[in-house]
Design a protein around this ligand. Structure first.
Ligand SMILES: Cc1cc2nc3c(=O)[nH]c(=O)nc-3n(C[C@H](O)[C@H](O)[C@H](O)COP(=O)(O)OP(=O)(O)OC[C@H]3O[C@@H](n4cnc5c(N)ncnc54)[C@H](O)[C@@H]3O)c2cc1C
Length: 402
């Protein structure tokens, strides 16, 4: 059951230089027994562990590296209910009922994450934002107008803006856009670390560095074996190993791609666009961007099918300059300079939906794989579905994400 060891990110993400991203953990692991073992201490593992610990489950979290240093550290952490696949397209692909439930569940997940941050008083630069979705070469203004109408019909807070309105409010030249409530920005590493700390306060044990390499299911649960031959006995195990995907998941349902991100040097506070909303575009290749608490712009995009981590990282200087040029073009008249550039792998699925389901061929195991640009929103949903599964219940939306 070893998970692949490819380097999943390169360069230095901005969050690496922020405080509160370390979590106390134990390095000495003896034979352990628990109710649920969580393998992987990124944002998915942190949310799963906290959701279970909040309900009184006895949880052990184990990571082969330092906690919160996987893909979570590379995330640009735009927290959105809007999926990479529009509601209209998803309804065409999966049927209206499936698409509408997936969107509504994502909307509820962003709200639930904000509530969790408040409940545990997690200091992670969480800020509720609007999201502005600009027309581009993939969807023009007519498609966005229809999309906004459809979202409104099912109760989502999205509104179409004409090109004139986009220009007069945001100073951006596009043929149209959708503005939505119900989004947020966050420091992803502080969020994950804060969740792990809260889970520890509720009794969860966190071990690192220990790699799970084998799984031995039996009638009452399973034994996880680490590379050092130590056993963790559990009733259930959840694999939140991110894009180090466990073997056995249907490989035809997702593809690994490369993506790049930058953070600028801080700008004057008045150099920002109205409400510092999250901005993304219906374009290929696309650009997305957000602000930070210390007046920087974090932007990303330029996705490519490059698989080799070496070639991905070699491309970072060129990709970073392209992202910077796009930001400068979108926001003319500002002195915008590059400070950080980094790259990462992520999983893309044709529907934009994640894979959150019992692991095929591994009894008592659940697999979490948050595909697309909404990985963190999907991690929240994963934690809710896993909690029901571990308690012998079925989440009413579980089938949507299988
Ligand atoms: C550049 C970039 C930008 C992104 N932007 C956004 C965004 O704006 N919004 C959004 O919602 N999502 C975004 N995402 C996606 C999001 O970051 C991911 O979905 C999320 O971070 C995945 O978290 P995770 O906990 O599942 O994985 P990780 O953070 O990678 O954690 C997995 C952990 O599992 C451990 N592990 C693996 N195998 C084993 C093993 N065998 N034994 C023990 N431990 C193991 C690893 O060491 C690691 O710590 C972005 C991703 C990238 C790369």
């Amino acid at each position: 059951m070893p998970t692949p060891k490819k380097d999943l990110r390169g360069g230095r993400p901005i969050w690496a230089d922020t405080p509160r991203i370390d979590v106390k953990h134990r390095s000495r692991l003896g034979e352990e027994k628990c109710d649920v073992a969580v393998v992987g201490a990124g944002i998915s593992g942190a949310l799963v562990a906290l959701a279970l610990a909040e309900r009184g489950h006895d949880v052990v979290v184990v990571d082969r590296s330092e906690p919160c240093r996987g893909s979570t550290l590379a995330s640009t952490a735009m927290i959105q209910f809007e999926l990479d696949t529009s509601l209209t397209e998803l309804a065409d692909q999966k049927g209206a009922a499936h698409a509408e439930r997936a969107y509504l569940r994502s909307f509820a997940a962003v709200k639930a994450l904000g509530d969790l941050v408040a409940r545990h008083d997690i200091k992670c630069a969480w800020k509720e934002r609007q999201a502005l979705y600009l027309a581009g070469n993939e969807h023009g203004w007519r498609a966005l107008q229809d999309e906004a109408e459809y979202r409104k019909r099912i109760g989502l807070p999205s509104l179409f803006l004409s090109g004139t309105e986009v220009a007069s409010t945001y100073g951006i030249q596009r043929t149209g856009a959708i503005i939505s409530e119900g989004a947020a920005e966050v420091n992803p590493a502080q969020l994950a670390a804060g969740c792990l700390r809260a889970a520890r306060r509720l009794g969860a044990r966190l071990y690192s560095p220990h790699e799970v390499t084998k799984v031995h299911p039996h009638a009452r649960g399973l034994d996880l074996e680490t590379a050092a031959g130590i056993t963790i006995s559990a009733r259930h195990a959840v694999f939140t190993t991110g894009y180090a995907v466990i073997p056995g998941l249907p490989r035809d349902k997702f593809e690994m791609v490369s993506t790049w991100a930058i953070a600028t040097k801080p700008l004057p506070a008045d150099a920002f666009w109205p409400n510092r909303c999250l901005i993304w575009e219906a374009a290929d290749p696309y650009l997305y961007m957000r602000a930070t608490w210390d007046n920087r712009i974090v932007a990303g995009g330029e996705d490519s099918k490059l698989k080799s981590p070496e070639r991905r990282d070699e491309a970072t200087p060129v990709k970073a300059q392209r992202l910077l040029a796009k930001v400068q073009k979108l926001l003319p008249g500002r002195d915008i300079k590059l400070d950080y550039a980094w790259a990462g792998a992520f999983a893309d699925s044709p529907t934009g939906l994640p894979y959150l389901a019992p692991a095929p061929d591994l009894e008592h195991c659940f697999a979490v794989l948050g595909c697309g640009g909404n990985g963190i929103t999907f991690s929240v949903i994963a934690a809710e579905i896993v909690r029901a599964w571990a308690e012998g219940k079925t989440d009413p939306d579980a089938k949507l994400f299988q």
